[in-house]
Design a protein around this ligand. Structure first.
Ligand SMILES: [Zn+2]
Length: 400
């Protein structure tokens, strides 16, 4: 119950009195006192100010302690990572990024990320002992309970690599690893939408294609953590996927497919902009396509549009299946968002049943490129709270 009381205060997003907490939780005021005192002892709750009186003594107000510590938040793609230091209320204190080649393997990639974390901590003069947790979103199949990638398709060499052990050698705090779309979904749900939507899907198109599912107000990970794996839906298209099957959405519409099509079309003279990129770098990346959209390059726009209509058709199947009230579209790059939104809408409305789309909204990500960082921080605080309160309650039970 202590965790639930804290959750009520976090979700309110403003300081609450014991009476407010009592009304929201259904507990008596004396029942609330015990939990509030315990939360103050753990440092997760603070007494902030005196509220408005409704006739008698002015009530004390209690708020979630955003300064209970700092968090390291990491949102990985296959060629770069966004990194932030946040407070406990998921506010970004400083952020940065680093680029790498995922094929260099986990040790080298994580060392680059760690160097950037150290640089960010130094810049804001935060001692590493103030870091209480690390949250990482990874664009592949993650076993959330174990914090490991399991048979990843886009990240060779990461299969069961002990990510937590790597971090424990550098920072003395727990590390939690989740799929990148799951953390985006959590960030959008908690901080972008302030818990106002109970059923929603977040769709991300990057190197992979995935969906994060909020079902009845909770992130749905499935029994092994692989829920929302939209990328390997069979679209009946004649392509071979790196998973070994034929017809997968990701093989036709994911980042690798977009880049391969871009190269082919550029070589046959379809884009002056991409021809220039290819001549300079001898390759085209998803980031180049994003810049292309910004410059209104026709081929870049067409490729993202094509990919998004196909993705929309796959999303239509989930919409029919779980009947969400909101679909949020999040591109790996913010430049994708507008093009993706229009095309995903088209795909969904072509293939969904009228009842499933009657009240359905399809929108752009609310938090934009910060959604993953905020979501990784949110996920980390959730786990830390569960850990510290459970430990506390275990201690109380043992003492009794
Ligand atoms: Zn596949």
């Amino acid at each position: 119950m202590t965790a639930e009381i804290l959750q009520i205060i976090r979700r309110a997003g403003r300081p609450l009195s014991k009476k407010d907490i009592s009304l929201a939780s259904g507990l008596s005021i004396s029942g609330v006192v015990e939990h509030v005192d315990r939360l103050i002892d753990t440092g997760l709750l603070v007494n902030t100010s005196i509220g408005q009186s409704s006739g008698g003594r002015k009530p004390r107000l209690y708020a979630f302690n955003k300064d209970a510590g700092c968090l390291v938040s990491i949102d990985m793609e296959t060629d770069h990572a966004k990194i932030a230091i946040t407070d406990f209320d998921c506010n970004i204190l400083i952020d940065g990024s680093c680029s790498f080649d995922i094929l260099c393997g986990p040790e080298s990639v994580l060392l680059s990320i760690k160097d950037q974390v150290v640089e960010l901590l130094n810049k804001i003069k935060v001692d590493k002992n103030a870091v209480k947790g690390i949250g990482i979103g990874i664009p592949d199949v993650v076993d959330f309970a174990e914090g490991l990638l399991v048979s990843p398709l886009l990240m060779p060499g990461w299969d069961r690599y002990p990510i937590r052990d790597f971090w424990s050698g550098h920072l003395d705090c727990p590390c939690y690893v989740d799929n990148d779309v799951n953390i985006i979904a959590l960030g959008e749900y908690a901080k972008g939408l302030n818990f106002q939507v109970a059923n929603m899907i977040v769709v991300k198109v990057g190197t992979g294609i995935g969906a994060g599912i909020i079902c009845n107000g909770k992130l749905y990970r499935g029994s092994d953590g692989s829920a929302g794996d939209l990328g390997h839906f069979d679209m009946g298209i004649d392509v071979t996927c790196w998973c070994g099957n034929r017809g997968c959405l990701e093989a036709a519409a994911g980042g690798k497919a977009i880049v391969a099509k871009a190269k082919e079309a550029t070589l046959s003279g379809r884009s002056v902009y991409l021809k220039d990129v290819l001549a300079k770098k001898d390759q085209i990346t998803l980031q180049d396509i994003a810049y292309g959209i910004q410059r209104l390059d026709g081929l870049s726009i067409e490729l993202i549009r094509e990919s998004s209509v196909l993705t929309g058709r796959a999303v239509a199947s989930i919409v029919n299946f779980i009947n969400p009230e909101l679909v949020l579209v999040a591109g790996a790059y913010p430049e994708f968002d507008d093009t993706m939104l229009a095309s995903v809408r088209q795909g969904v409305y072509q293939r969904s049943l009228p009842l499933a789309t009657r009240n359905l909204l399809i929108k752009k990500s609310v938090l934009g490129h910060q959604a993953g960082l905020i979501g990784a921080a949110y996920m980390t605080v959730e786990r830390l709270i569960l850990g510290s309160i459970n430990d506390e309650e275990d201690a109380v039970i043992a003492a009794n």
